[in-house]
Design a protein around this ligand. Sequence first.
Ligand code: MG
Length: 345
Amino acid sequence: MLSAEFERVSLPLADAFTISRGTQEVAENVLVRITDGGGMTGIGAAAPVGHYGETPDTVEAVLPDLLDVVESVGDPHATARIERELRSVVNGNPAARAAVDIALHDLAAKRLGVPLFRQWGLDPDRVPKTSFTIGLDATERMREKTREAIAEGYDVLKVKLGTDRDEEIVAAVREEAPEARIRVDANEAWTPREAVRMTDRLDAHDVEFVEQPVPASDPKGLKFVYERSSLPIAADESCVTLPDVPAVADRTDIVNLKLMKTGGLTEAQRMIHAARAHGLEVMLGCMIETNAAIAAACHLAPLVDYADLDGALLLDDDEFEGVPMDGSEIRLAEVDRAGTGARRT
Ligand code: MG
């Protein structure tokens, strides 16, 4: 027997977060709790993003139907059946489905008494470091944020771009962080020709790869950039669902998967394996979200090449703690609780 409930939460950010499309000061997440007959509770969360057609309101609108499915199946270990039935209830709505899927996986692993990565048999020593994101701001402010990030132990940085001073920004960040690995994310802001020109310039600053240089609506442009770029390319907005993986395989080096795009952990695993079969590298990313969701993604991290799981680090205050982190290191082996490790602080 299972019972389920949800609750919307407003999470102020430590700093306003700006990317090429706009600025965000608060993350609206929706927590989902699923409780079994013995009183054990699994927790998950949705971090809806308007770019993918979801808002806190749409999540709250579909969750009653999704949680009806959970209660009527009634078995937290039936994650495949529940996932299939959730898809038959709603089209799209991946963040809402992800919240349910995360809570179920948390509960199932808690009932088995093991951390989720152990339920899957994954190697906690194979987790890549996470990047810490430097959002767009005045160049001097981005320089300061870099200095603070380095002081806090982050040695992998993701720099948001998409301005008329992108090279200046990367030069400033590189100056403050001579030893760090630096990747950049244009969030669709460049034209294909600009993107090729930028990759040449950024290569001189030892940039690791360039994420989403051109709009997802321009797949030919992505291919144009991929064929001419001096740096590896990562597809984020261009790779949302499983069929997108083969579609981008000849025009990107890396796919950036996020639970809030895939609709949960099971589909994320399918996409990881599909990406491998197409010779792609995989990054696991996130939205700005509470540890109630990020913790679950950390358990998948042994399967990927790059992690960008800093969503909770950008919050002013998260009421959940998750997988222990030390600067850029995700200490999955140190999770000493069953489930995802997310718990109220
Ligand atoms: Mg991105």
